[in-house]
Design a protein around this ligand. Structure first.
Ligand SMILES: *Cc1c(COP(=O)(O)O)cnc(C)c1O
Length: 338
C-alpha cells in the first residue's frame, strides 16, 4: 500500500476532531475591544506557562517576532542574531522594513550562539555605530536542523544582556520541541527573556496563530503595533480555542515526533545515496545527498513522500502529528529501497 507522507513542514497539520470540537464551542467576542474571552484565556494561559506577565495572540510567528523587534528597539538600533535566524532570513527583510534596525549576524554552531560570541559584537557608544539594543535567539533552530539550547546555555547570554542593558528575545516557534528534548521547564524561561514568541501552528497542530509573551507594559505597546501591522482580529476566539486545545493535548506527544525523527535519521545514515545526516535532536532532520536534491525529491515524490530541499544537495524532513507510525514504517522501506 502506498501512503502519502508529507514531511515538508510541521505547518501542514490539520485540526484533529477534538480540536475542531473545541473551536466550534468557543465563546467569542470582538478581540479588538478586548472582549473575546477565549483569546484572553489563551493569552493568560500561555503567559503563565512561561512565567511571563502577559501575552498577545497574533496571526503568525512572523508577526509575533516582528512585533517583538519593534517593541525592543528604536530606529537606528542594531540587533544581534545568528546568521541562520528566521527573523533575518525568512521574514522578508522585516527587521529593516518594520523597525529601521540593522542586523549583526554571528556564525554559531547549527545556529547556537554563546555569550562569548555576542560580547565583542556589542557596539561601543560612538556616533559612527548603530546602538546595539537587542539579542535574538531561536530555540529550536530551524535552519540548524532542530538544534536546541538548554537553559544552562541561555543563562550566560541573559546575564550578559542584563549587564549591557540589552533586551533578549526568543523566537520560540518550536520551543516545546526544545523543552521535550532538554527537559527544561517552560516556566523558567520567563526569568531569562524579555520576550518570547511561541507558534501554535507548527508541531502543536493549531491551524493558525502564535503568541508573543512579555511584561504587561511591553504587551500593552505590542497591541498598538499589532493593530498598525494589520493584525487586530475580531472573533479570533475560534482560533484561540484551537491554541488552548493544542497546549492542553499536543505537547506531551511531541516526543513521538522526536522518536520518529530518530528512526528516520538512523535509516538515512545507512543509505548509500545519503552522504551525511546531521544528528537529529528534535523533529527536524537535515541530510545531504550524493545526487542533486531535486532528483532525490522527485524519486521520493513518486513514492508519495513529500519533502523540501534547503540546499542543492541537502533535504529536510519534518515530523509532526499527522505522520503516524505506519507511515514511518512505510517511509523507512522507501528510503532503504531508493
Ligand atoms: C515557522 C517559524 C516562524 C513563524 O512562521 P510563520 O509562518 O510566520 O508563523 C518563526 N520562527 C521560526 C524559527 C519558524 O520556524
Amino acid at each position: 500500500m502506498q501512503f502519502i507522507v508529507d514531511l515538508r513542514s510541521d505547518t501542514v497539520t490539520k485540526p484533529t476532531p477534538g480540536m475542531l470540537d473545541a473551536m466550534m464551542n468557543a465563546k467569542v467576542g470582538d478581540d479588538v475591544f478586548g472582549e473575546d474571552e477565549t483569546v484572553n484565556e489563551l493569552e493568560e494561559k500561555s503567559a503563565a506557562m512561561f512565567g511571563m506577565e502577559a501575552g498577545i495572540f497574533c496571526p503568525s510567528g512572523t508577526m509575533t517576532n516582528q512585533i517583538a523587534i519593534k517593541c525592543f528597539t528604536q530606529p537606528l538600533d542594531e540587533l544581534i542574531a545568528d546568521q541562520t535566524a528566521h527573523i533575518y532570513r525568512y521574514e522578508g527583510g522585516g527587521i529593516a522594513f518594520n523597525s529601521a534596525v540593522s542586523t549583526r549576524l554571528l556564525n554559531g554552531y547549527r545556529g547556537i550562539i554563546t555569550a562569548e560570541m555576542i560580547e565583542p559584537e556589542i557596539n561601543t557608544d560612538n556616533v559612527h555605530h548603530p546602538h546595539t539594543s537587542l539579542v535574538a535567539l531561536e530555540n529550536t533552530v530551524n535552519k540548524g536542523g532542530g538544534s536546541c539550547y538548554t537553559l544552562a546555555q541561555i543563562k550566560p547570554i541573559a546575564d550578559l544582556c542584563r549587564n549591557k542593558g540589552l533586551k533578549l528575545h526568543l523566537d520560540g516557534a518550536r520551543i516545546f520541541n526544545a523543552l521535550a528534548h532538554t527537559g527544561d521547564k517552560a516556566v523558567d524561561y520567563g526569568k531569562y527573556f524579555n520576550g518570547i514568541s511561541v507558534c501554535l501552528s507548527k508541531g502543536l497542530g493549531a491551524p493558525v496563530g502564535s503568541v508573543f509573551l512579555a511584561d504587561k507594559e511591553t504587551i500593552k505597546y505590542a497591541r498598538r503595533i499589532r493593530k498598525v501591522f494589520g493584525g487586530g482580529m475580531r472573533q479570533a476566539g475560534f482560533l484561540a480555542a484551537a491554541g488552548i486545545y493544542a497546549l492542553d493535548h499536543h505537547i506531551d506527544r511531541l516526543k513521538i515526533d522526536h522518536a520518529h525523527a530518530q528512526i528516520l535519521s538512523e535509516t538515512l545514515s545507512n543509505c548509500s545515496w545519503v552522504s551525511g545526516v546531521l544528528p537529529a535532536e528534535t523533529n527536524l532532520i537535515l541530510f545531504d545527498t550524493v545526487e542533486p536534491a531535486a532528483i532525490v525529491l522527485e524519486k521520493l515524490a513518486a513514492k508519495g513522500i513529500k519533502a523540501m530541499s534547503t540546499d542543492k544537495r541537502r533535504i529536510r524532513f519534518v515530523l509532526h502529528l499527522d505522520v503516524h507510525p505506519e507511515q514511518i514504517e512505510y517511509t523507512v522501506d522507501v528510503l532503504k529501497s531508493l
